[in-house]
Design a protein around this ligand. Structure first.
Ligand code: ATP
Length: 296
């Protein structure tokens, strides 16, 4: 097959892993930097260019690894490949939905997937009420589009919560407020779903002096077998968002597992290291099953 990885650089570990596994399986694989792609619409079939190269009909499948900073343009490029009937491991709608935590949680709430008690608002006159809706402090304050744990704040008192929330509202920053799941003890669970199957799972445990369990924040990782309920949540969340490949983050709260967020381009280094599972190979096998080989 001819496969394009949509990623900004081959120096990204996860991109490299996917390229290596695709080549090992005998596929032709090309790195397409979506930030250097243009689309021409108008007369005839829409054309996709990578620099000067017309890549409209070059690939049987694409694997998007769209970073946080260029989600909108990246998703538009994915959409164009989709509209031209090229298989993608992530639908463009899924990429944009997963990018925004409020959007993700709204969809999960409608579908009955358990999530932490969450409030979103932009009203600075009503902050005490909003904190009360979560049962009072401590509360978690999150940027709607943060990554790697940046933009996740624990406010332990009403005073600090009020001043932080007020500042962020006045700076026109989109945030959400969440109950602090203290009982999780700084642990969360990352489940990797590939094509409707749970292929790998790990527990991430935060550093002693941090509540955030992101690998980028120095969390420890161990392989786990998720419970049947956790697997159910991960598989359904991925399906509802429209993603073929996803990293689903859960926390174990006192009322059971709750979904924190879904990542459309999950990092592979942490999970492959913790579990010894070749996740990149699973992704390539998923592409082999679903990509339409073009007639040349
Ligand atoms: N409601 C909460 N209660 C307690 N801890 C939380 C809560 N929400 C998030 N955390 C902690 O903060 C970490 C980062 O949160 P979250 O995953 O929402 O942010 P992120 O910046 O999008 O991270 P990533 O880029 O890895 O997905 C989580 O891994 C978890 O350890």
């Amino acid at each position: 097959m001819d496969i394009a990885i949509l990623s900004v650089s081959l120096n990204v570990h996860s991109t490299r892993r996917i390229v290596d596994e695709a080549q090992a399986a005998g596929h032709y694989v090309e790195l397409i930097d979506h930030t250097k792609c243009s689309v021409k619409l108008g007369e005839g079939k829409p054309q996709i260019f990578f620099g000067d190269d017309n890549v409209t009909d070059e690939f049987d499948a694409i694997i998007p690894r769209i970073g946080a900073k260029v989600t909108r343009h990246g998703a538009a490029i994915v959409k164009q490949f989709e509209m031209n009937n090229v298989f993608s491991t992530a639908r463009s709608l899924g990429i944009t939905r997963a990018r925004n935590k409020v959007r993700t949680l709204q969809i999960m709430a409608r579908k009955g997937i358990p999530i932490p008690e969450t409030v979103f608002s932009i009203n600075p006159d009503d902050i005490e009420e909003q904190i009360k809706l979560l049962g009072g402090p401590p509360v978690i304050i999150k940027l709607q589009e943060g990554t790697h744990g940046m933009g996740v704040i624990l406010a332990e008192t009403k005073k600090s919560a009020k001043s932080i929330i007020d500042t962020l509202y006045k700076m026109d920053t989109s945030i959400l407020l969440q109950r602090y799941i203290e009982e999780a003890n700084g642990e969360d669970i990352r489940i990797i779903v590939v094509g409707n199957k749970v292929v790998a799972s790990m527990k991430r445990t935060s550093d002693l002096d941090d509540f955030r369990s992101n690998v980028h924040r120095g969390a420890d990782t161990t392989a786990i077998k998720p419970t049947a309920k956790e697997q159910f949540i991960a598989l359904n969340a991925t399906k509802y968002l429209g993603l073929g490949v996803a990293g689903v983050d859960l926390m174990r709260s006192k009322r059971g597992p709750v979904l924190i967020e879904v990542n459309a381009s999950p990092g592979l280094q942490g999970i492959e290291g913790a579990t010894g599972i070749n996740v990149a190979k699973h992704i390539i096998q998923f592409v082999e099953k679903n990509g339409q080989r073009r007639r040349k």
